[in-house]
Structures are given as C-alpha cells and as structure tokens.
Design a protein around this ligand. Structure first.
Ligand code: ATP
Ligand code: MG
Length: 249
C-alpha cells in the first residue's frame, strides 16, 4: 500500500467519550478516543483491565451508545439511528463473537451458522457458507449439536456464524477467553484466515499478547485513552509494550 492510498474504514469512532453513571461516582470509560478500523484488516485492542476495551468495542458496534463523539459502521453514523434502525444495521452489517459461545443447543452446527440469516429472512449464500465451513474446519460436524462439540469447535461455529452474513465488520470480545491455548490458537488462526481469504474486517478485544499477535495491528488503551499502536505485532513485542505501560503507571 502506498502512502497516498485512501484507507477505507469498516468502522471508526471520532472523539469518543463514554461516561457511566454521574456525580461523584461517574466513570469516564472512554476519554476522547479516535480510532479507525481499516477494512480488510484484523485489529486487536489491548490494555489493562478497566482501560475501556469492551466499552470501545460495544460503542463501535452499536451495542452501547457514546456520551459524546460519534461512531460509524461504514459511512453510517450510529448515533443518528433510532433503535430499530440500529438493530437492523447490527444484524445486517456486523458479526459478533463473545467469550461465551452463545450457540443454540437445540440446533445443529449448520443451523447455528445460518441462524442470523434465517432470523433476518435472508437466504444463505451457499458458496460463501461452504467456504466458511471449510475455513473453520467443521465439514464433518455440520449435523452435530453444540453439546457434542469441544469448546474450541463450538467457538469455531460461532466464528462461522459471525461471518455468515458477509458483515462489514466482525467484533470479537475475548473470543479465546474460555479456551485452552491450543484451541485458542486455532480460533485465532481462522479469524486471521477469514480476514485474509474473505477480505473481511475483524476487531478483537483481548488481554492476551499471544492472541493479539495474530492481528495486523494492535491498539493499546489505558484509562480510556488510545496510548499506542503497533503494526505487525509479535507476542514478545506486545508483552514488552504492556510491561512498559505498567512500569510507567
Ligand atoms: N455498565 C457500567 N456501569 C458502570 N461502569 C462501567 C460499566 N461498564 C464498564 N464500566 C467501567 O468502565 C471502565 C471500563 O470498563 P471496560 O469493561 O470497558 O474495561 P475493559 O478494558 O474491557 O476491562 P476488562 O479487561 O476487565 O474486561 C471500568 O472502570 C468499568 O468499571
Ligand atoms: Mg472487557
């Protein structure tokens, strides 16, 4: 990419402020954050507990609202939408992966993957779904129920589900928090692969330097502010950076 290439934003926040509560107990969870999540990239958000990672992700994804500033998915400003439009935008243009896999136990793997589309009354794109099933390696598990799968396999279903509607951006909050390191690495590897091979965008919150190293870029938050960013991260470099912050504070 040359310096003059315009970066297309899959999502962004501008001067984002989020205050929880009021009076003496008010907490400034985001304190003026400007971030662009470039399309086609895998961005990780790191920082100490309470630094505002989940708040940033939730506000960028339209799961929560900013106190001031603006959040956009593509060119759509989330604050300008009423609840119904916001729900539709999230449904049609975003995907989600959480620490708890949130699969429907009575549905098969295949049905779980296409559930958001079915709920939206959209037809699953067969070719796209097939490609996703291969990326997450669940071809031989499609007719199983979640209870018949390992935790890592369940999270892979959740990843395929998040990408099923060809979302502009997939938001993942600690997606490997409930997995052992080997299953976690598998899930992260396929998130990265989904970004590369399907030209999607992933924004992932994590506190794990090994997880962050799968991303193209890592953003560091502290006390509700963006304090640093790192391209082409490695686990060691991320760990060193985190230690430097801790030493300073
Ligand atoms: N619903 C809420 N009501 C009041 N305060 C909140 C709420 N949600 C978060 N906070 C506060 O906002 C700050 C940022 O919280 P946030 O959950 O974004 O942190 P985090 O970086 O995701 O932390 P962790 O790594 O522990 O998940 C914290 O001080 C937290 O206590
Ligand atoms: Mg959090």
């Amino acid at each position: 990419m040359t310096a003059t290439t315009e970066v297309r934003a899959a999502a962004r926040v501008v001067d984002a402020v989020k205050v929880y509560g009021g009076g003496d107990t008010a907490v400034r969870a985001l304190d003026g954050v400007d971030v662009t999540f470039p399309a086609g990239r895998f961005t990780a958000i790191m920082g100490p507990s309470g630094s505002g990672k989940s708040t940033l992700m939730h506000c960028a994804a339209g799961l929560d609202t900013l106190t001031s500033g603006a959040a956009y998915i593509g060119d759509t400003e989330l604050g300008a939408l009423d609840d119904r439009r916001l729900t539709l935008l999230r449904r049609d243009r975003a995907g989600f992966v959480f620490q708890a896999f949130n699969l429907v136990p009575t549905l098969t793997v295949a049905e779980n993957i296409t559930l958001p589309l079915d709920l939206a009354g959209r037809r699953a794109d067969q070719e796209w779904t097939e490609a996703l099933v291969d990326i997450v390696g669940l071809r031989d598990r499609l007719h199983h129920r979640p209870s018949e799968l390992s935790g890592g396999q369940q999270q892979r279903v959740a990843v395929a589900r998040a990408f099923a509607g060809r979302p502009d951006v997939v938001f993942a909050d600690e997606p490997t928090g409930n997995l052992d390191s080997r299953s976690g690495a598998e899930v992260l590897g396929l998130l990265a692969r989904a970004v590369r091979e399907t030209d999607r965008t992933v924004v992932m919150v994590t506190h794990d330097p090994v997880a962050a190293a799968h991303a193209d870029e890592v953003l560091f938050l502290a006390d509700g502010r963006l304090v640093d960013r790192m391209e082409a991260p490695t686990a060691d470099k991320v760990l060193d950076r985190m230690k430097a912050f801790e030493a300073r504070s």
